[in-house]
Design a protein around this ligand. Structure first.
Ligand code: SIN
Ligand code: MN
Length: 266
């Protein structure tokens, strides 16, 4: 799969690109079922909200077959290889639950702020790819992006260890207000199976979810191999140290797995 010139231009200008329904309902159903099962388990890779509801499951590609296949899926890997012009490795992999009623806020931040300060990543040559496992609606805590804010570079940030259960380098209100005056805010919504990619310096965040609708999203952080991290401080299930280039699986790998699960259930 290759991005068109129009799609590439939208990414470079606005800092983000949304491809609706990139995965079929069958492919996404197997991922959703597996994510629910993962969130029911207790392991160090699963972080919870202060209420105990699941927040993030890290590194599921290392212990779950469906998420392993997603982490090497050509529909995700090829577009990012196209943007960076080189091979990629997995810097971080997370499933964010944003649970019904209990999903908490993600404060305004840039991802590269954390990758640079906490992991020693030289350049913002890593990209977040989000795959929607549930329908993302205006009401269930969609990801909000500030278009064109990637052009602001690496902004000053403070380390928030209080607001949520996840430490994050967050931006102050004056900075967010200034950037929003220039670029506005968008919240790409859509059915499960959609894919959103955004620049490592794009300012983003999300509000809490007080609706009965969960909003699970998988985030692959794909880093250009030459941009491997130099000074990691976080556990390796959060900031991976395996810089091996990703080899893609077949395009139909997830639908084959869905078929195998169906047969096993019959
Ligand atoms: C993130 O920015 O890493 C996650 C935000 C979200 O899932 O809403
Ligand atoms: Mn982020």
């Amino acid at each position: 799969m290759r991005l068109t010139d129009t799609q590439l231009a939208q990414f470079h200008t606005e800092g983000w690109l949304f491809l609706p329904e990139l995965f079929s309902p069958e492919e996404v159903a197997v991922l959703r079922t597996e994510a629910q099962a993962i969130f029911r388990t207790e392991r160090q890779e699963i972080w919870r909200e202060k209420t105990g509801a699941p927040r993030t499951a890290f590194a599921a590609h290392t212990y779950n077959e469906a998420f392993r296949l997603l982490g090497a899926h050509p529909r995700l890997i090829r577009p990012v290889e196209q943007v960076f012009g080189e091979h990629l490795y997995m810097h971080q992999y997370k499933i964010n639950a944003k649970a019904a009623f209990d999903g908490e806020v993600w404060q305004w931040h840039q991802d590269y702020g954390t990758w640079q300060r906490d992991d020693g990543m030289p350049e913002p040559r890593a990209m977040n790819i989000s795959v929607y496992l549930d329908e993302v609606m205006p009401i269930n805590g969609p990801l909000m992006l500030v278009p064109r804010s990637q052009n602001a570079g690496d902004l000053e940030a403070s380390h928030d260890l209080q607001t949520t259960s996840y430490p994050l380098w967050t931006l102050d209100e004056a900075t967010v207000t200034r950037l929003v005056k220039q670029g506005g805010i968008v919240a790409p919504t859509g059915k499960a199976g959609g894919m959103l990619m955004f620049h490592g310096n794009l300012v983003h965040g999300s509000a809490g979810n007080i609706t009965p609708y969960p909003r699970k999203i998988v985030y692959l952080t794909l880093n250009a191999v030459s941009n491997y991290i130099r000074r990691p401080t976080r556990p390796d299930y959060i900031a991976h140290r395996d810089f091996t280039p990703i080899k893609t699986v077949d395009d139909n790998a997830l639908s084959r797995l869905a078929g195998a699960h169906r047969e096993a259930a019959e």
